[in-house]
Design a protein around this ligand. Structure first.
Ligand code: CTP
Length: 425
């Protein structure tokens, strides 16, 4: 099958890369292929996808030659002779064709150079193990050695061999993710392998940080609720930590969170892009006690900012106060230091009417309010830097939140009035 015509209909920012790869390959007499998810997505008529190139030669060297044609910035991964060429609108992964050997289940593979055919053989699913030749004489030719096209037609997932999950148990999570994303089914042999994987607890053999990365990818998918539902149904989440146990009701919180985020965005109540996956992760760990949460987070080794937000999602004292009728100033003081992810999580998790009202008021009104006055202005008013500054600023903020002062002039006027009242003058 030749996909040359299909390639020509792709957006220009993709075709120009494939053409450049073709040119470099021909000039250097190197066989070069589009591989992996890009081929799958192209056959599924998706117009945008990641570009993974495989070359029968040196991966990093090829990426440098490609850079000469396209510009961009290279990030090298020398262990696997792969490189990522970052262009302004897309990134291109270039790897040397390789075979992989796994010393034991869950280990990282030992790799050695190989032909394209061997490279395809090491891959996870038939639909991900196809390639399209990019050299001029074979431009657009589909290489499908394992029935990938058949499985795409039948909308099913299949591994290439029965040891695939043993070689790399993270593929179990990739399998669920792809199944849910594409709305495919598992082939009957794959179903058996999944239940064997469960029996043998293969997911427990992998380093938790690799599991974390896969979990984050699942939570970043279009339908994180369906992703987690599938995972919880087939494997549960105890392979991450014995203490993680989520019910269907918890899972529905993910769905509610998806809907809430959409609504808040429609109403322009979120002032920046959210890391939505963090909110879903908060749901995953929402039932843990302090000790278990700390141990899960220690294992996961998230980035510091990510971890902080998850820890904040457990701040019950803030939730308790938000459930009561409190002043705009109090709401501001409670919520302003928190990230939007935490605030949205509180909104979704707690069905309490007062808390929800307080949060919406914060997002719609108070969050945008800041003082124009600065310490320098207070100094000019004759106040020496001290704890009084904070008190004056808080008093001004209270007034501003109530809508009683607006401009810098009004703030300065009010500051003078406060100082008089406090017998400063
Ligand atoms: N791959 C694999 N085993 C893994 C990870 C990746 O065999 N554990 C192979 C698959 O052939 C996959 C390719 O490497 O298609 C590229 O991996 P990646 O970019 O992670 O996946 P994509 O298939 O491109 O999926 P996505 O659309 O989610 O990016």
């Amino acid at each position: 099958m030749n996909l040359g015509k299909k390639i020509d209909k792709l957006p220009f920012y993709i075709t120009r890369i494939l053409r450049a790869a073709s040119l470099v390959g021909d000039q250097r007499k190197i066989r070069v292929f589009l591989v992996g998810g890009g081929v799958r997505d192209m056959l599924l008529d998706k117009r945008n996808f990641d570009i993974d190139l495989a070359v029968e030669g040196e991966g990093i060297r090829f990426s440098q030659l490609l850079q000469q044609e396209l510009g961009g910035e290279i990030i090298k991964h020398s262990d696997f002779d792969t490189a990522t060429l970052k262009l302004s609108d897309i990134k291109v992964d270039v790897s040397a064709c390789r075979r992989e050997d796994y010393a034991f289940a869950g280990a990282l593979p030992r790799v050695s150079p190989a032909s394209l055919e061997e490279d395809l053989q090491r891959r996870d699913f038939t639909i991900n193990a196809m390639a399209i030749s990019l050299n001029k004489d074979t431009w657009g030719e589909l290489i499908d050695l394992f029935g990938g096209r058949r499985d795409l037609r039948q909308k099913q997932l299949n591994v290439l061999h029965s040891k695939s999950f043993i070689d790399d148990p993270t593929r179990i999570l990739r399998c669920l993710r792809l199944k849910v994303r594409l709305g495919f089914k598992y082939s009957s042999s794959l179903k058996k392998l999944l239940s064997q994987a469960k029996e043998k607890e293969l997911l427990r053999l992998v380093n938790v940080q690799r599991i974390r990365d896969e979990l984050i990818l699942m939570l970043k998918e279009q339908e994180p609720y369906l992703q987690m539902k599938e995972l919880n149904f087939l494997f549960g989440l105890k392979f991450i930590d014995e203490s993680i146990n989520i019910s269907n009701k918890d899972l529905r919180l993910i769905l509610n969170a998806q809907k809430t985020i959409l609504r808040l965005k429609e109403k322009s109540l979120l002032k920046r892009e959210l890391d939505e996956w963090i909110i879903y992760m908060m749901v995953v760990v929402c039932n843990l006690n302090k000790k278990n949460l700390a141990s899960v987070l220690a294992k996961m080794r998230l980035r510091r900012g990510e971890e902080k937000r998850i820890v904040d999602s457990h701040r019950k004292e803030i939730v308790r106060q938000l459930k009561t009728k409190i002043t705009s100033f109090r709401i501001y003081k409670l919520l302003k230091p928190l990230s939007f992810e935490v605030i949205v999580f509180f909104y979704v998790k707690e069905k309490n009417r007062i808390l929800r009202r307080n949060i919406i008021d914060f997002l719609a009104k108070y969050n945008n309010i800041t003082l124009n006055i600065s310490g320098k202005d207070l100094l000019q008013l004759g106040v020496k830097p001290s704890s009084v500054y904070g008190k004056i600023l808080d008093a001004l903020l209270k007034k501003k939140l109530k809508g009683k002062i607006h401009s810098l002039t009004e703030e300065l006027e009010e500051a003078r009035a406060i100082l008089r009242r406090w017998h400063f003058y």
